[in-house]
Ligand binder design. Structure first.
Ligand SMILES: O=C(CO)[C@H](O)[C@H](O)COP(=O)(O)O
Length: 221
């Protein structure tokens, strides 16, 4: 099975978690795109969606799926999104597509987080994938120095990339992430950091993991 076939399988499986007559939070990335295409087939059963990026909003609207401004939404049954890494406790690294901040905001409103990914994203310890940090542009050098001072690693500016919020991304290579919750909180306390790609303080509730033997449903250990 190709990676795209695995992504399609988890996207289909995620449809089971779509609650009729509610608003659904939708993530960003290639796996989320497969989910959007599946959601289009049952669009009449939901009230609508909130998108975690401009790209996702565009794809949803292209299918004729209603997209609400988060400020007009106070209840969301589920948030469905991909990940770059998932550990056994379902703490995640996200932000490979640069949408981490809006993803975290949309997730904050949702009752449940269903992560969808192929099994290449399953890891024992987070940190092989460079950790994205969204940073206010004028603070990038300061934040990079602080990250190295506090955690080590090598922050690299994502060249030519601006987030939907007008900010830059530092991808931190070579981090040893032993305590994802405390690292997430401490990184967020550095002035100039908008947010970082650790989804640990609020982790996934369910991980639908695409394997060659089918979709494995994993809940946090
Ligand atoms: O966090 C993300 C975007 O900011 C994505 O969920 C993550 O990068 C996974 O993407 P893909 O499904 O394309 O592998």
């Amino acid at each position: 099975m190709t990676q795209d076939e695995l992504k399609l399988e988890v996207a289909k499986a995620a449809i089971e978690y779509v609650v009729p007559d509610t608003i659904i939070g939708v993530g960003t990335g290639s796996t989320a795109n497969f989910f959007i295409d599946e959601l289009a087939k049952i669009k009449g059963t939901i009230k609508g969606t909130v998108a975690s990026s401009e790209a996702t909003a565009e794809r949803l609207k292209g299918h004729g799926i209603p997209v609400f401004d988060l400020n007009s939404v106070d209840e969301m049954s589920v948030y469905i999104d991909g990940a770059d890494e998932a550990d056994p406790g379902l703490c995640l690294v996200k932000g490979g597509g640069g949408a981490l901040t809006r993803e975290k905001i949309v997730l904050a409103v949702a009752d449940k987080f269903v992560c969808i990914a192929d099994d290449s994203k399953k890891v024992d310890v987070l940190g092989k994938f460079p950790l994205p940090i969204e940073v206010i542009p004028m603070a990038r050098s300061y934040v990079a120095r602080e990250v190295v001072k506090r955690f080590g690693g090598e922050p690299v500016l994502r060249d030519g990339f601006t987030t939907d919020n007008g900010n830059v991304i530092l991808d931190v290579h070579g981090l040893e992430i032993v305590d994802p919750v405390s690292m997430e909180n401490e990184l967020n306390s550095i002035v100039g950091v908008v947010t970082n790609g650790l989804f640990a303080a609020r982790n996934a509730d369910v991980f639908l993991c695409g394997t060659k033997d089918g979709v494995e449903t994993i809940t946090a250990k």
